[in-house]
Design a protein around this ligand. Structure first.
Ligand SMILES: NC(=O)c1ccc[n+]([C@@H]2O[C@H](COP(=O)([O-])OP(=O)(O)OC[C@H]3O[C@@H](n4cnc5c(N)ncnc54)[C@H](OP(=O)(O)O)[C@@H]3O)[C@@H](O)[C@H]2O)c1
Length: 247
């Protein structure tokens, strides 16, 4: 997949919602989707950083994105339905969702992790991706080719010490992917997959692996072929899969 060469108009005419769009992989994916013709709905909490991505997309002459400042930690069904309604009102359609926002504290033994921390980890990393997808389903079902991509984590796939509630929530995304894909198996225009980025140079990695140089791992841009492949029509037959980026 790393050699996937997407056509420049791969996502032309599509509207794609990206959570965590202001930083790291979400920001890189938003720019890549826009570069390939998509109108991107940019979601994160901080408006200033969202505006920076918005400005970058507009300055490059790509389709004008839309900004949705929103806190997924406090989301409820009504708020998410209102958000989906705003996307429908302003952008008229929705063809994809990339869930890239995340909550991480630090690598610690389970016995030091608190209930409050676990609640925040579950809400942002597992519950919000579920509830936001659910709120967007009516819109996604109207698309001829809708793709939902959850962002997994290698330590959710293969658990290890100290990754705690973060890894448990990320493992839940894989189960969510399989259940939902089973339940929507007859819907040819809707697919749901989990993408595991693996090692990549982001601020998260500098927190989990502080001693390692960023140059020793792929950059966020190196992973964009996977993101574009899963969001575009070339991956139509890929459903209910846990896809690992391997560069
Ligand atoms: N980096 C890695 O090595 C790695 C490896 C495997 C998997 N992943 C996964 O890849 C994804 C992206 O990681 P990253 O390192 O690129 O992320 P990042 O740079 O830390 O960016 C996180 C994004 O999420 C947003 N966000 C955080 N809390 C939010 C909330 N409550 N509501 C809405 N938005 C929120 C942030 O913006 P605001 O703060 O403004 O809200 C920001 O845009 C994550 O799902 C992560 O688990 C990363």
């Amino acid at each position: 997949m790393k050699d996937y060469l997407p056509p420049s108009d791969l996502l032309a005419g599509r509207v794609i919602l990206v959570t965590g769009a202001s930083s790291g992989l979400g920001r890189a994916a938003s720019l890549a989707f826009a570069r390939h013709g998509a109108t991107v709905a940019l979601l994160a909490r901080g408006e200033a950083r969202l505006e920076a991505v918005y400005d970058e997309i507009v300055a490059a002459g790509h389709p004008e994105p839309a900004m949705f400042p929103y806190d997924l930690a406090t989301a409820d069904d009504r708020g998410l339905e209102t958000l989906a309604g705003a996307i429908a009102h302003h952008l008229k359609r929705l063809d994809g969702v990339l869930h890239s926002a995340h909550r991480f504290y630090s690598l610690t033994p389970l016995e030091l992790q608190t209930l409050d921390e676990w609640q925040a980890l579950m809400r942002v990393n597992l519950i919000a991706p579920f509830a936001l997808t659910r709120a967007c389903l009516p819109l996604l079902r109207q698309s001829p080719d809708a793709s939902v991509v959850f962002t997994g984590e290698s330590h959710g796939h293969q658990p290890g010490a100290y990754w705690g509630g973060y890894a448990v929530a990320k493992a839940g995304l894989e189960t969510l992917t399989r259940i939902w894909s089973d339940e929507t198996a007859s819907e040819e225009n809707l697919r749901i997959n989990t993408l595991i980025p693996g090692q990549v140079a982001t601020t998260l990695r500098s927190r989990t692996h502080p001693g390692l140089s960023p140059e020793s791992v792929p950059s966020v841009d190196d992973l964009m072929p996977w993101y574009l492949y899963l969001m575009g029509a070339d991956s139509r037959s890929v459903r209910g899969q846990i896809v690992e980026c391997q560069t």
